[in-house]
Design a protein around this ligand. Sequence first.
Ligand SMILES: NC(=O)c1ccc[n+]([C@@H]2O[C@H](COP(=O)([O-])OP(=O)(O)OC[C@H]3O[C@@H](n4cnc5c(N)ncnc54)[C@H](O)[C@@H]3O)[C@@H](O)[C@H]2O)c1
Length: 340
Amino acid sequence: MKDQISVAIFGCGNMGSTHARKLAKMNNVRLRYLVDVNEESAIRLKKELDAELTSSDYRTALDDKEVDIVIICTHHHLHAPMSIASAQAGKHIFCEKPLALTMEDCLAITEAVEKAGVKFMMGFQARFSPFVLKLKEVVPHPWVIIAQLIDPKWGESIWANDPIEGGGNVLSQGCHCFDVTCFLSGSKPVSIYAEGGNFHHPSLPIIDSVACTLRFENGSVANVTVGDFGNPALMGKSAYQVFAGSVTATLFKYYNEPEVRLWGKEPSRITIDDLPGCNDSHIAHGYTQQIQALIDWVSKDIDPVNAAKVRDGMLATELALKAFESIKTHQPQSVISDQC
Ligand SMILES: NC(=O)c1ccc[n+]([C@@H]2O[C@H](COP(=O)([O-])OP(=O)(O)OC[C@H]3O[C@@H](n4cnc5c(N)ncnc54)[C@H](O)[C@@H]3O)[C@@H](O)[C@H]2O)c1
C-alpha cells in the first residue's frame, strides 16, 4: 500500500494531456514529471494542471527516484525504447497502443518488463467499457465473433500513416479491434488468415485494409475487418457481434452513440442511459476506469484482471502483422505470442 503515487508522462500531446487531466483530479497522485521533446507542450500542461517538473528528455524522469509510473503517449516508434528504458529503471509502465510495430520490439519490451518485474498496462481502454463488459457478461463463451473498426480515409501525411512512426490504420488503430476480439473470446487465437491490401494509400508502403478469420484454442472463430477504406454508415466506426447459439449480443456505433442489442435475453436494448455514468463518453469508452485501475494496481496492488498487460499488447500487434503476412503469402499464419 502506497499513499502517494508519482507519475511521469512521456508525450504531452492529445493522449498525454487526456491522461494527465484525469490523474490531476486523483487525490493520491502527484504529477511529478511532464516530458515532451517540444518542452513548450509540457510547460503549458504543467501550468494548466499545477504539475511539478518538466523536461524535454525522458531519461531525466527515469533518473528521478520519486517517479513510480511512466505513462507513454508518444508516436509508436518510441514505445519500445521508452518502455525498455523505463522497465530497466524499475518504473511501472502504462503504454498507449499499439505496444510496438514489430515483433522484435514487442519481444524486447516483454523481456525487459518481465525481467524487471514491473507492472505494465496497455492503453486498450475498451476492456473497461461497460458496453464491452456487457457483451462479455451476456455471452461469456461466444462461438462466433464478428468485429469491425472502420474509418473513412486517413490523410496521407498524418503521422499514424507513416510506416515508421505510426504503421498505418491497421497496426495503429486496428490493434484495438484485435484486442477486444481476443478479450471477448475468452480464449487464445491460434491462427489467422487474411485478405486485403493497400486500397486507399498507393503512395504509402502500408497495408490499409484487412478482412481476417481467426481460430481460437477453444474452437471458436472470429471475423475481424479493419482499415480506413470507407465510411461505415449503419454500424458506426466500431461494432462487435457475439453469437452463442441461443443468445446474440451486438454492440454498434461504439464511438458515437454506443448501443447494445440482445437477442435471446432481456432487455433487448441497452443505451448510454441504461449503464451508470455512460453519458460521459470517457466512462462509456473506459478511459476513466482504466487510469483508476492503473493507480489502484500500483498503490494497493489490486490486479486489474480485465486490463491488457504486456503480452496482450504483443498479441494485438502480432495479429496485425500476421494478417499482413497472410495477405502476402495467401496462407494462414500460426499465432505464437503465447509461446514466446
Ligand atoms: N487509446 C486511445 O484511444 C488512443 C487515442 C489516440 C491516440 N492514442 C495513442 O496515444 C499515443 C500518442 O498519440 P497522440 O494522439 O497523443 O499523439 P500526439 O502527436 O498528439 O502527441 C505525441 C507527443 O509526443 C511528443 N514527443 C515526440 N517525441 C518525443 C520524445 N522523444 N520524448 C517525449 N515526447 C515526445 C510530441 O511532441 C507530441 O507532443 C499513440 O500511441 C496513439 O496511438 C490512443
